[in-house]
Design a protein around this ligand. Structure first.
Ligand code: GLY
Length: 349
């Protein structure tokens, strides 16, 4: 079992049956497990570890469109109906929607009950479940309502990825590549030179969480250094939000992968990285992610970027890279450059 200490808690990586989950739950009276229609299949991996406690299962529909206030109401209602109080525990068993929404629901229920994250997707293992960001989408803007609050613990067991659909696994790779590009050239080289079928998931999960955790420990509330983790997300979130209510929805990591290419292009145009680095990033991403058709209405994407919660002035805020493994925060770009970046991506088809 690998244990990574976070600010106020810990992440355990390895077989969940050998983890400290079983002893931690003895501290609570009642336990609810939040699942969706896809992750409930993994309940038999954890319910034996929670016995002899009485367990309530709360099931919601799966998908990013469910990460909304209405779903929170359904979960709060069930907690109230079952008389959950401040000594009780919510376990979030699922991907990023479950861990983000479940963390938000738990930390606002009766002014906050403890929660534990058991991420079941690569994306939630390497990013969403770790670092204390919780929240929901509101008025079509990603994670517009939420709070920073750490779970009591996070348990990552890569065997849970076996049932994950291939496109969901690929989506998580967007965040993995982001960590390599931002912080660690050796990690990037491993990811870009190792065929996907040979990736060592234990190594990937551990490395990504370590890299993210180092930054979160320095700046838990995203005042400065943590903004680096938003690389690829200014444009990525706008694209994801644009498609949120359309039939051709993009998964989060798919949108981030596009954002990484576009924001690397901006770094190149601003003379921060050379053409070879841009090409290396672009070709690695396109060897893993299918090229997507972007909307031609670039102005609408820019309007969404202007709503980004990272903006501190009326300008759009970017984290840009200066080399593989080196980045800096609080850059801006002209509208023309952003449009050129989107056009660059579209031309790669
Ligand atoms: N997903 C970026 C962060 O946790 O800051």
């Amino acid at each position: 079992m690998e244990i990574i200490e976070t600010q106020n808690a810990f992440v355990e990586i390895g077989n969940i049956a050998d983890s400290s989950l079983q002893s931690i739950v003895t501290n609570y009276q009642k336990i609810a497990v939040l699942v969706d229609e896809n992750t409930k299949i993994l309940l038999p991996k954890i319910t034996p570890l929670l016995a002899p406690k009485h367990i309530s299962i709360i099931e919601i529909k799966s998908g990013e469109q469910e990460k909304k206030l209405k779903t929170c109401e359904l979960v709060w209602e069930q907690l109230i109906t079952q008389n959950f109080n401040r000594n009780d525990l919510l376990i979030n068993l699922g991907g990023g929607v479950i861990t983000d929404l479940g963390g938000f629901v738990a930390s606002t229920y009766k002014r906050g009950i403890d929660f534990i994250n058991i991420p079941t997707s690569l994306l939630s293992m390497v990013d969403a479940a770790v670092g204390g960001k919780t929240g929901i989408n509101f008025l079509n803007i990603k994670n517009n309502i939420g709070l920073f609050i750490e779970p009591k613990g996070v348990f990552c067991d890569h065997t849970m990825l076996v049932t994950l659909p291939k496109e969901e696994l690929i989506s998580g790779i967007g965040e993995v590549l982001k960590h390599g590009i931002l912080f660690d050239q050796k990690y990037w080289n491993y990811c870009s030179n190792t065929p996907l079928s040979q990736w060592d998931w234990n190594y990937i999960i551990k490395k990504s969480i370590q890299l993210k955790n180092t930054i979160v420990n320095i700046d838990p509330f995203e005042q400065n250094e943590r903004k680096k983790l938003n690389f690829g997300h200014t444009i990525g979130h706008a694209i994801e939000s644009y498609f949120m209510n359309s039939p051709s929805q993009l998964l989060h990591g798919e949108a981030v992968a596009i954002g990484i290419i576009c924001e690397s292009y901006i770094a190149h145009i601003q003379h921060k990285i050379d053409a070879i680095t841009l090409t290396e990033i672009t070709s690695t991403i396109l060897s893993i992610f299918k090229h997507q058709q972007l909307p031609t209405d670039h102005q609408q994407l820019i309007a969404i970027m202007l709503q980004d919660k990272k903006n501190e002035t009326s300008e759009i805020n970017f984290t840009l890279i200066e080399a593989i493994g080196k980045s800096s925060i609080n850059h801006t770009a002209t509208t023309d450059t952003i449009v050129d970046a989107l056009t660059y991506y579209s031309s790669l088809n």
